[in-house]
Design a protein around this ligand. Structure first.
Ligand SMILES: Cc1cc2nc3c(=O)[nH]c(=O)nc-3n(C[C@H](O)[C@H](O)[C@H](O)COP(=O)(O)O)c2cc1C
Length: 412
């Protein structure tokens, strides 16, 4: 181990080596073409990040079905939908010996009204108020649709590998379809896909097996998983441990730990007590990660809240996790990983966003809107703009999406 723990390489169970311990966590770019293909802006953005020093870049979530989108400009990987830019994107983002993994996702019922008239979910249970204003009530998936979704995940993984991406991540967190299956609140099925935790995790387990069959044993396969849903009666930390253990035994190469859903959006802001240690205040899901570390050897990437080189170095050094996942810090400063790797004592500039107008802060998902604008700037070859007006970004979104779309709602 070197003095700067973040600079050490990491060998995954499949044999792949990640050159350092910094992972850029997935951030939805929402900048695909109208027909859900990537274009040159993706190449420009990922080239910038690859040069920034992270050992691993994970793409924003890519949808496996064009009829089930999380956002209007998601990239889609599905049969009959070719994307001629993918090889260029993979090449741009994997230069500088960087691993570039796709994150593949199905939103389930977290597909907004203006995108899905009737979204699907394990059970026909809608999101609670006020989110029911933004998302239509879902219908329950049939058994054959469940099997079709599993095949779609596997196909998206194959597309990733065939086009030069160096790994794949299943989005199993933040309340999307995989996470809906895991939750006893959202999954009340009485067949083999619901009920006990063994049944609820069958969906993700089958997705993993189908992907492995498609990509082989030497290709990194990862999952982003919730430590918990932070909802009464939802997916608990104990159940999450059971899932982690199971996926680890199946051969998962990296488990990324996050938390929360649209209904309890803790993924971009922890609920820490000011009396907690700096380490705990900074990394939202640290205590859970410490518990997971005790039960599995699978490499762990902890994401959410990391800001200082000191804390990052400490958690890697004492073995709580094997990688630190960074999102917003790298959206405003693509050079941040290089600064960390240089062994400097650095701190990210990420701060709580506000428009200064309470009403707007409540109705607009500021974290998503403002940071997505930064990604778009980099996609155009410009620098991010940390001083960008939060108010301007918020007003722009309200105009683009329509005030009704955001009324009384704060999704994520
Ligand atoms: C603009 C934006 C888009 C995001 N999109 C995704 C996504 O597509 N998939 C995902 O797993 N997480 C997504 N996240 C969550 C981040 O990956 C990460 O978990 C969260 O921002 C906490 O990390 P941070 O404190 O380093 O920002 C997104 C976050 C932001 C700010």
């Amino acid at each position: 181990m070197s003095l700067n723990q973040l600079a050490n390489s990491l060998k995954l169970p499949c044999g792949a080596i990640i050159k350092n311990r910094i992972g850029k966590s997935a951030m939805s770019e929402n900048m695909a073409t109208k027909d859900h293909r990537s274009d040159n802006s993706f190449n420009t953005l990922y080239e910038r990040w690859a040069k920034g020093g992270s050992g691993l870049l994970i793409t924003g979530n890519i949808m496996i079905d064009h009829t089930a989108l999380g956002e209007p400009r998601n990239v889609v990987f599905e049969k009959g939908h070719s994307d001629l830019n993918l090889k260029e994107w993979a090449k741009a983002g994997s230069q500088n010996n960087t691993h570039l993994w796709t994150q593949i996702n199905h939103p389930g019922k977290q597909s907004p009204k203006f995108l899905s008239k009737t979204p699907v979910s394990p059970s026909a249970i809608g999101l609670r108020p006020p989110l029911n204003k933004l998302f239509n009530p879902p219908r329950a998936l049939t058994e054959s649709e469940i099997c079709d979704s599993i095949e779609r995940f596997a196909y998206a993984a194959k597309v990733s590998k065939d086009n030069g991406f160096t790994g794949v991540q299943i989005h199993g967190a933040h309340g999307y379809l995989v996470s809906q299956f895991l939750s006893p609140l959202h999954n009340q099925r009485t067949d083999q896909w619901g009920g006990s935790i063994e049944n609820r995790m069958r969906f993700v387990s089958e997705i993993y097996k189908a992907i492995r069959k498609e990509v082989g044993n030497q290709f990194p396969v990862s999952i982003k998983l919730n430590s918990a849903d932070f909802q009464k009666g939802g997916f608990s930390q104990d159940e999450s441990m059971t899932v982690v253990q199971h996926l680890s035994e199946q051969g998962m190469d990296l488990i990324e730990i996050s938390g929360g859903t649209y209904e309890a959006p803790v993924m971009t802001g922890g609920r820490k007590n000011s009396k907690d240690s700096t380490r705990i205040r900074e990394a939202y899901f640290l205590e859970y990660c410490e518990e997971v570390r005790k039960i599995v050897k699978t490499p762990l990437m902890l994401t959410g809240g990391f800001r200082t080189s000191k804390v990052m170095d400490e958690v890697i050094g004492n073995g709580i996790c094997d990688m630190v996942g960074l999102a917003r810090s790298i959206a405003v400063n693509p050079e941040f990983p290089n600064e960390l790797l240089a062994g400097k004592n650095v701190e990210s500039s990420v701060k709580q966003l506000t428009t200064g107008i309470k009403f707007l802060d409540k109705i607009v998902p500021l974290e998503i809107v403002w940071y997505t604008e930064q990604l778009k700037r980099m996609g155009r070859g410009e620098d991010p703009q940390p001083t960008m007006s939060v108010l301007k970004a918020a007003i722009g979104t309200v105009f683009n999406t329509g005030v009704q779309g955001f009324k009384k709602v704060r999704a994520k």
